[in-house]
Design a protein around this ligand. Structure first.
Ligand code: SF4
Ligand code: SF4
Length: 138
């Protein structure tokens, strides 16, 4: 990860790993889960991806506030452990890994809906016309 003692490789990647946050989420299995993911993806700079271990992640494209214009870490001596460990193994660094970090990455709700349709998933909630009409009239 970029820092005072960054390597030549870190130098050429412009600190990719300091420009997003990704957190693991449960794989979606119910309509409510699909709906939540559609909601995430309706937001700007939010992505959902599946990695090579079939784990699902929610990703926010946002730069770390400690990242300097030089692509160096402004908090190098006290950076979080996750930063220290990142890139220790080749597969952990998205820049030098030989494989794409994602098997699938969704950037919009429409992408995700198309994926669900392709997988034959029944993700749409039934429209309750009667109830809606009643609610509007009330
Ligand atoms: S993504 Fe990899 S090469 Fe780039 S700064 Fe992070 S650890 Fe270094
Ligand atoms: S603390 Fe430093 S190494 Fe960690 S993400 Fe921020 S800029 Fe990168």
């Amino acid at each position: 990860m970029s820092g005072k003692a960054k390597t030549l490789i870190c130098d050429s990647c412009r600190a990719q790993c300091c420009r997003y946050v990704a957190t693991q989420i449960d794989p979606p299995v119910r309509k409510r889960d699909y709906d939540h993911i559609r909601w995430y993806l309706l937001h700007k700079n939010v992505f959902v991806f599946i990695d090579h271990d079939e784990e699902w992640y929610l990703e926010f494209e946002t730069s770390c506030s400690a990242l300097q214009k030089s692509n160096l870490c402004g908090n190098y001596d006290d950076r979080p452990k996750i930063c220290i460990k990142h890139g220790e193994g080749r597969s952990m660094c998205e820049f030098i890994s030989e494989q794409e970090p994602h098997v699938v990455r969704f950037s919009t709700a429409v992408d995700f809906e198309a994926y669900l349709d392709k997988m034959g998933m029944n993700w749409r909630f039934k429209k309750n016309g009667k109830k809606r009409k009643q609610e509007v009239e009330d």
